[in-house]
Design a protein around this ligand. Structure first.
Ligand code: SAM
Length: 278
């Protein structure tokens, strides 16, 4: 099994992390009911929730979508996964969902946040038959991920991969060209590979609310590029969408979720799975 940071490195990382200022990954953890957060993160989350009362519901629906799509991909025969922007460990993590379908599933987690690296050990709890690895790397450098020995020791690119970029793309502005970043990750994948993406949207908001939400996100340190349905669908150019295609994440194959299902205006994120064909 691949290792998380060693003790010395962990202590060095911890000493460099400032817990008195809010941090996006810890705030997300708090909104999900996790324990890896501090007073500053909770205060920042409270401010966000005051402005956007459905914030907590939105992040919970994001995790539920992730769980359903990984389960779908594993049942469709995918046995290896690359989860980019994995965030702080939150059970069930990708490998737990995939290995519940087949314990031999292999997962590489990638994040570029030192706080996630500190907690990465919790992601390295693979079943004995499978494997998990954590890579401290950047989505902005796709080739760096695909050629890293942690990745190549775990993933066999001659077999289909489940690529997951969930809860991440909205933090990439147009000048970052996230379409190019996704297509550089998809290019080397073999047919049968599945690509799961999400992106926040304002399609369900009254037009005049968008600048306000933009400003809240910017002032909370996370400028966001919401995308329309058409803009989001472009990420899947050249791929075949799995039914029901692009939909609000809470409605994607949600038949077994508790009802009533949330209003799309309280979730505000699109998601889909595309399959690479031969
Ligand atoms: C909102 S969290 C999503 C976590 C998880 N994927 C989920 O959906 O529950 C976004 C994560 O993306 C990570 N991230 C942001 N920019 C990144 C980059 N350039 N490279 C790798 N990870 C990045 C952040 O550190 C954060 O952990």
């Amino acid at each position: 099994m691949a290792q998380g940071p060693g003790r010395d490195m962990r202590e060095d990382l911890l000493s460099r992390i400032d817990t008195t200022v809010p941090h996006s990954a810890r705030r997300y953890d708090y909104l999900l009911g996790g324990k890896n957060n501090f007073a500053a993160d909770r205060a920042s989350a409270a401010l966000l929730e005051e402005a956007i009362p459905s914030m907590r519901l939105g992040v919970q629906e994001n995790r539920a979508f992730l769980r359903r799509t990984v389960d779908y991909m594993a049942r469709a025969g995918v046995r290896q996964f690359l989860d980019i922007g994995s965030g702080l460990p939150t059970s069930p993590n990708v490998h737990e969902v995939a290995q519940a379908v087949d314990p031999s599933c292999r997962v590489v987690y990638v994040d570029n946040d030192p706080i996630v690296l500190v907690h990465a050990r919790a992601l390295l709890t693979s079943s004995p038959e499978g494997e998990t690895a954590y890579l401290d790397a950047d989505f902005r450098r796709p080739e760096g991920i695909l050629t890293d020995s942690q990745f190549t020791d775990t993933i066999d690119l001659t077999r289909p991969l489940g690529l997951i970029v969930v809860g991440v793309l909205q933090y990439f502005l147009d000048e970052d060209d996230p379409y190019d970043l996704v297509s550089r990750l998809v290019a080397p994948l073999v047919p049968g590979s599945h690509i799961t993406l999400t992106n926040g949207t304002y399609d369900f908001h009254p037009v005049e609310q968008a600048p306000m939400v933009d400003e809240i996100m910017r002032s909370s340190g996370l400028p966001m590029r919401a995308r329309s349905k058409d803009e989001f669908t472009r990420f899947f150019d050249g791929l075949e969408l799995i039914e029901p295609g692009v939909s609000v994440i809470s409605k994607w194959r949600d038949e077994n979720e508790p009802t009533p299902r949330p209003d799309p205006a309280d979730v505000n994120s699109y998601g889909a799975i595309g399959v690479k064909k031969g």
